[in-house]
Design a protein around this ligand. Sequence first.
Ligand SMILES: NC(=O)C1=CN([C@@H]2O[C@H](COP(=O)(O)OP(=O)(O)OC[C@H]3O[C@@H](n4cnc5c(N)ncnc54)[C@H](OP(=O)(O)O)[C@@H]3O)[C@@H](O)[C@H]2O)C=CC1
Ligand SMILES: CC(C)(CO)C(=O)C(=O)O
Length: 297
Amino acid sequence: MKIGIIGGGSIGLLFAHYLNNNNDVSVYVRTQDQAEMLASEGLVLQKDGVSSCNPINAYTIDQWSGSEELTIIAVKQYHLSTLKHLFKKNIKTSFLFLQNGMGHLKLLDDINEITILLGVVEHGALKVNGNKVIHTGAGITKIADFKGKQQSLIQRIIASSTEDFPFDYVSDYYSMLSQKLLANAVINPITAVLKVTNGELIHNNFYFQVVKQMVKELTLVLQLENDGSALAYVESICEKTSENRSSMLKDIEEGRPTEVDAILGYVLTVANENRLEIPITEGFYQLIKGLELKGAK
Ligand SMILES: NC(=O)C1=CN([C@@H]2O[C@H](COP(=O)(O)OP(=O)(O)OC[C@H]3O[C@@H](n4cnc5c(N)ncnc54)[C@H](OP(=O)(O)O)[C@@H]3O)[C@@H](O)[C@H]2O)C=CC1
Ligand SMILES: CC(C)(CO)C(=O)C(=O)O
């Protein structure tokens, strides 16, 4: 299948590497420099200390025409507004959005007459430069339909699964996204404030107490089962991506904006609407906004 990937960051390059094994992938990036680097030098993926380099089709975003059957959107939440003009009626391609958080649902609600799939990525990835990415934590990608039924497309995406890069279908997008939102709402801000890897949250018992308190607050707001499964899910992500530095930590370290509004901002809005007090979560929201401000100066 022909697949377009918009965004040549950590996740875009990770998906490009694995999906190109049994599909025809083109990556659409923001800069001419990155497109040339990928096209001339190939895409390097490093996993467990071993590197492999493979050819990849790469273009700048203005060359995207929606001709591929599937277009994967692998930019950050706060980049989505720069791509709005692509999501127009009568476009042939179907879109798969991979953003963390749930802030993008509002934008996607307003797009009509195109097929939209949603995905959650439980891998860890780190872009080293324009054509190199490290697969820092192997997990799974879950996909669900959001607008328009696309069973045959979903089946072909699932059929692209490999041992290192599996896909799974989930019938209920809301529970899929809210479960991942829970993990990001806990792991990302705590690791970003403490500047620790994901694994430390479960291996340091003091940090783990904060994880438990935050899971309790979020379970209430997101109306998730309060039977221990929410905490077990967060623990499993910390375990699978144990060596990973979360995307929020990396954003803070590099002085970039974070996705805190799409993650904790979304949760706080839902809590306010339902008059629920979530002081620990609110505290972390303020701390991350403070760190963003410090980094921007
Ligand atoms: N990294 C991880 O381990 C994980 C990330 N995620 C989620 O995946 C999503 C992507 O994250 P990640 O890959 O880490 O983010 P990155 O910041 O590494 O990559 C985002 C990329 O999008 C590109 N971009 C921005 N605007 C445009 C545009 N208009 N056209 C083309 N490209 C554009 C940026 O280009 P440029 O660099 O030139 O600005 C950048 O390369 C996020 O929502 C994140 O939360 C989910 C699970 C794990
Ligand atoms: C899965 C996890 C927590 C990996 O770090 C992630 O989604 C992120 O960093 O944004």
